[in-house]
Write a protein of this length. Sequence first.
Length: 154
Amino acid sequence: MSPSPPSEDRSNVEEQALFTRYRLIRDEIVHEDGLIGQRLGWFLASQAFLLAALATANGSERRMPAWSTNYFFPLVPIVAIGSCLLIFAGLLAGVATLQRWRLLMKTPEYSDIHRLPRIALDAWIIRVGFAAPITLPVIFLFAGLYVLVQGIGR
């Protein structure tokens, strides 16, 4: 049986293991945050494409797209609404995942290490930072519903 390391070495080993766990959690947070950014980028690009297609098909018509004046209606608003719902669900899943990872960082074992960055403690920054990714799909959802309802009502 090997002798146990001196208490100083044991403390250093424990701190190294704690730091390794911290790095793993931090890497997961960075990865999920990147995925959220990519999802939002794909969403905004798809919405721009769909709106451009609808506007182009509407031509010089100054009124809202309708069945009789636009051959992309109601397909484009329906696809846009579906895209909003799917991306919104994906973004909510990403935010929930990030919250779980950040909760792990609030455990007492990490609060004792003062050298580590505060990635879980600035809740207001996190909330404000997620305002745009969460509200943009909702805004585009209402815009798509508005175009659909106005066009069907014509």
